[in-house]
Design a protein around this ligand. Structure first.
Ligand SMILES: Cc1cc2nc3c(=O)[nH]c(=O)nc-3n(C[C@H](O)[C@H](O)[C@H](O)COP(=O)(O)O)c2cc1C
Length: 404
């Protein structure tokens, strides 16, 4: 009897050990698999990105955000060259390449985006109350142009959900990333200015910079807020609110502009931001365009929304040059629109941008693009005889302002 008991206990123990072994080997294989897979940039370029692109555009976007959220994307092994280090309002960015607004609208993917090697991350656009945005489909790939048309219309989980995520991020001891929050307004708001003011109040204390986004083409009436009187009133209230913050009173405020502004519109914007009460700390040039120039995929020109990627590149660079000139090179510019290589980034910087962002190229070229851009940019800076990014800013602006 006793012997039977001993045999049973021994069998149970062996079976438990065997299960434990299977679980351990399985877990180890999984970890090894993920680690190997995370280092396979080539796998992304040749297999994962083309496969993901077979899915509807919004589904691939959601998957990409999830991959970053759960840190399944490759972790960049590239060490930023010191010539990429760039000062940013009292901080030092490891490199000047950021992810533009619209990819991580709800601040879910910040850690994963850092893993890819971005020097700074902009989340949003965030609206005060949660809202659905426009009906689907609302994102379209223009494969021949490597471009995108989107009319998301500020789909957002709202201020509180995003705030909680950012607070959690800030409480992590090992997190030291630079995170900007792009602010918008609700579609049905009665008081657009109040929406932005609320954004400043809510996110001022947790953001490294704020963006006043009055340039998305997918919310009716939004871009009218770039007009002289409306912009002045908006920015005065934004600045008032910021100066009353208890924490982080000096959080830099950027204004994001549409590439569809005329030269007179741009002059009006500059008139407003040169006034102390309605000044801004920086500009983002530019948002998507409603123009359909430079498109090969003509079938898609009928789709309403903002166009991004290569067809926007020249216009956004031209506008950077114009704004750099109109502001006497005194207002830092984040240059964005069609950047897909280190050379494109260099062009934006030469035109007057101090920092560069991208979004659309990531959709076509995958996460390894960030390293490639940094490597090429760093090489160009050295080969063309400059010490760092700051030395290049505005050097090929046709209105070049020599540094004193
Ligand atoms: C799908 C998609 C969604 C976007 N959503 C936003 C947004 O919510 N807020 C914003 O300011 N810009 C948004 N943008 C514009 C980008 O931030 C950027 O200004 C523009 O796409 C130009 O850069 P790119 O050519 O590198 O994409 C979005 C762009 C795309 C493609």
């Amino acid at each position: 009897m006793d012997q039977e008991k001993i045999m049973k206990t021994a069998t149970r123990k062996i079976s438990r050990l065997r299960s434990l072994g299977i679980v351990t080997v399985g877990a180890a294989t999984l970890v090894a698999g993920i680690t190997a897979y995370k280092k396979q940039d080539q796998l992304f370029r040749t297999f994962i990105m083309p496969t993901v692109r077979l899915l509807p555009a919004e589904t691939s976007h959601q998957l990409a955000v999830l991959a970053c959220k759960y840190r399944l994307c490759p972790v960049s092994q590239y060490q930023d060259d010191p010539n990429l280090h760039t000062p940013f309002f009292g901080r030092m960015l490891s490199n000047p390449i950021g992810i533009a607004a619209g990819f991580d609208k709800n601040a879910e993917a910040v850690d994963g985006l850092q893993d890819l090697g971005f020097g700074f991350i902009e989340v949003g656009t965030v609206t005060p109350a949660a809202q659905e945005g426009n009906p689907r489909p609302r994102v379209f790939r223009l494969n021949e142009d490597k471009a995108i048309i989107n009319r998301y219309g500020f789909n957002s989980e709202g201020h509180q959900a995003v705030l909680q995520r950012l607070q959690r991020l800030r409480s992590k001891e090992d997190f030291n990333g630079v995170v900007g929050v792009n602010l918008g307004r609700n579609k049905s708001t009665m008081s657009p200015i109040a929406d932005y003011v609320q954004g400043v109040r809510v996110f001022g204390p947790v953001a490294d910079y704020l963006v006043i986004n009055v340039s998305s083409p997918n919310t009716k009436g939004l871009r009218d807020m770039q007009s002289k009187d409306k912009l002045r009133e908006l920015l005065e209230q934004v600045n008032d609110t910021r100066s009353n913050l208890e924490k982080n009173k000096n959080v830099p405020v950027f204004l994001k502009l549409s590439p569809d502004l005329s030269e007179d519109d741009m002059k009006d914007v500059v008139w407003v931001i040169k006034r102390k009460k309605s000044s801004v700390d920086g500009l983002i040039v530019s948002n998507t365009t409603v123009s359909r120039d430079n498109i090969v995929a003509i079938k898609m020109t009928e789709e309403a929304g903002g166009l991004s990627g290569p067809p926007l590149k020249a216009r956004s660079t031209e506008m950077i040059a114009q704004m750099y000139h109109l502001t006497d090179g005194k207002v830092p510019i984040i240059g964005v629109g069609g950047v897909a290589s280190g050379y494109d980034a260099y062009e934006k910087i030469e035109a007057g941008a101090s920092y560069v962002q991208l979004y659309t190229a990531l959709v076509y070229d995958g996460p390894g693009l960030v390293e490639d851009i940094k490597e090429e940019l760093s090489k160009l800076i050295t080969e063309l005889g400059h010490n760092n990014v700051a030395d290049v800013v505005g050097t090929k602006n046709k209105f070049y302002l020599p540094k004193k």
